[in-house]
Design a protein around this ligand. Sequence first.
Ligand SMILES: [Zn+2]
Length: 1127
Amino acid sequence: MGGETGSRPSTHHYPKLTAKPVGKQIHSIYRDRLRQFTGEGQYKAQGLEPKIVEARASGPPAVKLSVWSAPDLTRPTFEDATKHTFKPSKIGDAFGPSWSTHWFKLQVTVPKDIKDRNHLELHWDAGNEGLVWTEDGVPLQGLTGGGERIEWILPEAYRDGKEHILYIEMACNRMFGNANGDTNFPPDPNNYYTLTTADVVAINLDARALFYDFWIIGDAAREFSEQSWEEHEALQVANAIMDAFIAGDGSNESIKEGRKIAQQYLGDKIDSEKVYEEDSADTLVSAVGHCHIDTCWLWPFAETKRKVARSWSNQCDLMDRYPEHRFVCSQAQQFKWLKMYYPALFDRVKSKVKTGQFQPIGGSWVEHDTNMPSGESLVRQFLYGQRLFESNFGERCQTFWLPDTFGYSPQIPQLTQLAGMTRFFTQKLSWNNINNFPHTTFNWVALDGSQVLCHMTPAETYTAEANFGDVKRCVTQHKSMNNDPRSLLVFGKGDGGGGPTWGHLERLRRCRGLSNTKGKLPKVAMGGSVDEFFSKLQKKADEGTDFVTWYGELYLELHRGTYTTQANNKRNNRKAEVLLHDIEFLATMASFKDDIRRHGGFGVNAQLLKSYKYPKKELDEMWELVLLCQFHDCLPGSAINMAYRESDEFYATVFKTGKKLLKDAMTALGLLDCTSESQDQVLVNTLSFDRSEIIDSTSPEKPAGSINVRGLGISLTEASKRSWVETAPTIHENGDGEYVMENHRFRIKVSEGAITSIYDVAADREVLPDGSRANQLTLYDDKPLNWQAWDVEMFHLRSRKELRAHKSAILESGPNRVSVASETKISERSSIRTVISLGAAPTPGSQEGEDGSGPGSFITVTSDVDWHEEKKFLKVEFPVDIRNTNATYETQFGLIQRPTHYNTDWDMAKFEVCCHKFADLSEAGYGVSILNDCKYGFATQGNVMRLSLLRSPKAPDGEADMGNHTAKWAILPHIGALGAETVRAAAAFNNPLVSRHHDGGSEGSSYLKSALDFDATSRILGALSLDKSRSDPAVVIDTVKRGEDDEDVSTEGAGGIPIRKGRSIIVRLYDSLGGKCRARLHFGELPVKKVVKCNVLEDDGEEVGIKDGGVVVQLRAFEVLTLRLSV
Ligand SMILES: [Zn+2]
């Protein structure tokens, strides 16, 4: 430097003569050498790992074991289990079979020669999961087994040399269930687990720490670029640690020396949370612990309850030992289970929520599928989820958390916004097997234009091992750096539960130490929250950063078989949703019957007032079960057989309770089950539009015919008032096995079970292409690349095989309906019977059927399948003479378009998609809709529409879909574009008119009970209506229910959520077709005092003025609008 001119540089210590030859280090050899120190290979015994365990005491007297095995795969409580007699047990004993439970009593006496060692642990390993309990029944910590999370730190009190008692609850399943092999095998029911370790162990903490030091420095030597000096230095430091260890012959001093050398690279703060305090302003990676527990999957729901306790107790323990540790946890259901079955642990979790370490997230009941649940189901996932979080922890969640679900509905951003959340986290699209999703941080836009800020972690996992590589990928795989370089790193064991281990936390401290000392690796921040992470992004958006937008669904280019697998479970979902819809509407109106009667000026029997109570508690129980079954491995069909036997029971409970509730509400309204054929029928329409339908004759004296029932109302069909349908359909056989069916609208031909012609009389147009066969059953070979239950691959289409019926006959030829039944052999083992029916059409020019949902406007097919296939896929296809590059599918609260062509890989990837009640292919002036009553998989390839019926994967459920199935579908050709006709017909197809008998005129006991005449019932049920002349036909009233917190319905379960004074009705409407529209909601004789708009959590917003006994509201395209009517 300047100023020292004149002084000569000192060179005296540089030897004049060379002492020895020195070669250039061969990089790869010195890098490969590192494996010798901590690897599993031939030099393990000379390496670091054996130094970690200083001493070990196995068997009695250190650990005395006795066991009680619970009978019949039961899972008894601590109290129950510990009442039994325990028998002696020992290391080497095997326990089973799969899913059985064994309770161990451990009498632990720390031997004298170990008791003063630095750090003592109990090591327990039987290769299966376990939970450590105190002697008096407090769950302490979970055990994973198989070498992973096998240690429990012995408390200081154990050093007293006396005997201490513990219990371990052993579950005979591994973290991923009982499949021997991967998830391509169903579980083995006969697994036995051998107890290999039950030891008291003294640990050398320096050796263990050096192990982690070396791990991260070794990663730097392997993963940094060779062009960087940081890589070279890491290699030198790691080699120096090994040299010191060898020179000291593996002594404690050499280990300490190694740790000192490691500081050159990692700094001197890595042994505490203080490492995160250094230069924390420029941290790019926010790390947060997480534990994804599939609520069922390769294990039953019943086991999940225990997985929750095992996993979360671990996290509470880690929070005590690692102050920087933060843990996000989703799924309200799991919190509810913890509270029910492990109250002490729940309190511990609650205290950690208070300190901000344990962070509830997600705001939904479970991490549910978003493809198949109805719109209202999605609403309830949020409503029930957020209410549980709010009532237990005083706060709602701000971030919707769904890292593992198989694709995301285009209405999620709207619904999350309406549920008080503006952020969304996932990573699943990194699983796409065709296209690479292009964004990390972006605005995700719903059908109605609502947006949420979405982050897909660039680490591309929610179960990061918190390795050097995970941290590095947070930058190298970040795709939105132009907008913002920050990212979330979500780490911890997951899927089967577990969560972060202390090893994860140790590694992250070292990663941060490395960043602090050397730079290069992005800095990891700990101790924050996901909400804080998103808040920073949101602030940036507020300050003007234009994050990229993604419109519409986040389609997962994988797992397309999940729209079809486990058909019965999917059918139950659809039926339960319809049932809940009906009960809520009828019960709501019944709960206001006295108000309506008083207001309407018809008689009220004072004694009968308040005679009906809205069954909130039972409805909550039903909803919670339905929401539970929408979990992302249950409804999609990717769980084991055991889980479906449980969900069958859940649904059975739902249907049983539902049947009772429906009857109670009907009875309160004076509507009774029809008991004799001579009674007049009352038809109940729970949908919001008028319907014309055919009424089946109940006796020869009663002519059949069509009847019109107003929306949200009833109609009485006295024999004399029924209208004969003038135009009964006809059917005849041509002689060559071809059947011709005809009504006023269509002339169709059926041959070998398929439809060879649909001539639309009104449109003067043939619907099918020449020579094609609609309602054609097809069978495909179905062997995806990987996961059978989840996937179907493009190439299955190459194996298309047409199935032809071997027998057909006329089944019905009545005034209401004509039909042909056909039987088709699928294989030697399986067969299908289909019935193609055409109903009576209204007389041309008559009022009935003007809205299109009328009788005879579509061709119905019912099917009964006896299904015993292996890796085959059954579909039914409908070629139509329609040309469009896009088809339209019903989704939650709206429509979604997908391509019918394969122009690009993105188009082609959607070769199988999810639909709800209908799919539609239309061109200018004409179209065809395919309706279904319980299916979700669909494809439109060119002009061929294809409904997916059944699959037959053999893993993880070896019995998936075997047996009998029924399903209905319909072909609805329509004049004009896709419109309200299809939306309504599909809703009606799924929700048949309910037929009851009104006993209002009689003197029987039921009359006294209901005290309603028919007119009263009609005015009560029909109080709410959409004014047809002033409402757009696209508007649908989707849900009518009572306000959650109304004083007369609120349940204790709401906990800390305040009761709301007064009574109210929640009405949820939406625009079903995608255009700005208007609705006038009329209240009839319902004395509505005030109307406010609210969100789906039922928080009140702006007031809507009542005028002329109703309100007028406007909706954006595909907007979901919730109103509270205060009565
Ligand atoms: Zn999952």
